[in-house]
Design a protein around this ligand. Structure first.
Ligand code: GLN
Length: 478
């Protein structure tokens, strides 16, 4: 079996043709993943017992001729901010280094119910805060395509696991770009669904009004299949939407002729780099498929980074208050008073980026500054959403780059938080508006670094996004 290139369909074919059993595939995938980890550090821990138990269930079903779920035997990896029962979940933080959750996230339950085999938990920026995976307390991830470069963040481990072929698909989380940007840097597909499309029950909260769970995979079809499995109303998450979930993979019919695509002036005006060339070439491919392209304007874009880093840090400062040394996990030793205990536990436990965000967030929420920053940012957020609503009255999808540049070198931006924040310019607007958006690979630079194109559509219209991405993927492969 050619493991690094397996897709959901090829796993199924192999299982049904008895070319391999699910247990054999799981064991071999675990072996490869552990071996690759020395080079990339994509995984924080493996879950061999759980994987083999799930695989054996699939093998029994095959032996008894029972119907198989859509992900039967498919090896998947889970970002370590998503809880897994009895499997350590650290969120990339020293504070949770020994935390073993007593329950599964709904997305995880749904994956396993569909037959997926969870092989391990992937490395990420601490509490999903970062754009390079260098904020993990357990060391950075290296980009499998170029080991001296970052894989992107914060779902860098999930993107690397899929890119290096040690998982057919993975779950990531996205608050401001953490699925799409690493997908783009590692050359895989990454999907941020509509806000509320996928239950966040069991996703460790970073910024609750922006957090999403979504899939990463090597093909558009695989990402569509995984989203179909995890999407849908969940009684455990009151913010999950009660909207019907289309059968996404069956709707990839190539019918994109006549679709209207908007190219936002504000995103493309300064794009002269190799990234720009690849995006414009991809737009030409979409045109050759019969899509109509027109320029649109998203004027609030200039304020989006500032708006995001106020709202996200405000919510983070509140969400991270629960790591107090009383609940969940480690407590600093030797404190005399309660305040001392909080101070030393949090002081020792959080990394620099989390501390920066807690301070920023506390500041923008403080009585004296709430109106000037937090309230203002909420108003700007409404403008960003209105920009998209206006655009979608004219076009069916918006096309942009995912990142202004391809994967950068490890260490290049880690000491310059502002440069790191600014690199999120193209991804955070989609999160602020709550619309579905994805990264689909659209070529490589002369140096061989992958570049992703971003597609954004109306709320709950993942179908058009997938249809477009799939048609593009097939045309680009020709
Ligand atoms: N890079 C952004 C941040 O650091 C986005 C992170 C995310 O989407 N989780 O906040």
């Amino acid at each position: 079996m050619d493991i690094p290139f397996l897709t959901i369909d090829s796993v199924r074919e192999g299982l049904l043709a008895r070319s391999f059993s699910a247990a054999e595939l799981a064991a071999e995938m675990l072996r490869l993943a552990e071996a690759a980890n020395a080079a990339t550090n994509a995984y924080l821990h493996f879950s061999p017992d759980r994987a083999l138990a799930a695989a054996r269930l699939v093998d029994e079903k095959i032996a008894h001729g029972e119907e198989l779920g859509p992900l039967a035997g498919v090896p998947v990896a889970i970002k370590d901010v998503i809880v897994t029962k009895d499997v350590r979940t650290t969120c990339g933080s020293r504070l949770l280094a020994d935390y073993t959750p007593p329950y599964d996230a709904t997305a995880v339950t749904r994956l396993e119910a569909a037959g997926a085999v969870i092989i391990g938990k992937t490395n990420c920026d601490e509490f999903a805060m970062g754009s390079s995976n260098e904020n993990s307390a357990f060391g950075p991830v290296r980009n499998p395509v170029a080991p001296d470069r970052v894989p992107g963040g914060s779902s860098g481990g999930s993107a690397a696991a899929v890119a290096q072929g040690t998982a057919v698909a993975a779950l990531g989380s996205d608050t401001g770009g953490s699925i799409r940007q690493p997908a783009s840097f590692c050359g895989v597909v990454g999907v941020t669904p509509t806000y509320g499309r996928v239950s966040r029950y069991g996703l460790t909260a970073f910024a609750s009004s922006l957090d999403h769970i979504g899939p990463l995979a090597r093909t558009v079809k695989d990402s569509a299949t995984v989203l179909g499995v995890i999407a849908g109303r969940d009684p455990c998450d009151s913010t999950s939407a009660d909207a019907p979930v289309p059968d996404y993979p069956s709707l990839l019919d190539g019918k994109v002729k006549g679709l209207k695509l908007g190219l936002p002036r504000e995103y493309l005006k300064d794009l002269t780099s190799e990234t720009g060339e690849l995006i414009f070439r991809a737009i030409d491919v979409l045109k050759s498929l019969g899509c109509e392209v027109r320029e649109i304007s998203l004027p609030a874009t200039d304020y989006a980074v500032a708006c995001y880093y106020i709202i996200a840090t405000a919510e983070a400062s509140s969400n991270l208050a629960r790591y107090d040394g009383v609940r969940y996990t480690s407590r600093a030793a030797g404190s005399e008073t309660l305040a001392d205990m909080y101070r030393s536990t949090r002081g020792e436990g959080f990394g620099a980026e989390c501390k920066r965000r807690i301070m920023l967030g506390t500041y923008v929420l403080s009585a004296g500054y709430y109106d000037a920053y937090y309230l203002k940012a909420q108003k700007v957020r409404a403008l960003v959403a209105r920009d998209f609503a206006r655009a979608f009255s004219e076009v069916d999808a918006v096309v942009t780059p995912v990142s202004p540049f391809p994967a950068f070198k490890l260490g290049e931006k880690v000491n310059d938080p502002l440069a790191m924040y600014l690199s999120d310019i193209y991804t955070i607007t989609g999160d602020l508006a709550g619309i579905p958006c994805m990264s689909v690979p659209c070529g490589r630079t002369a140096e061989g670094l992958p570049v992703g194109m971003q597609l954004l559509t109306r709320h709950f219209d993942e179908t058009t996004m997938f249809r477009l991405a799939d048609a593009f993927e097939k045309a680009a492969a020709r």
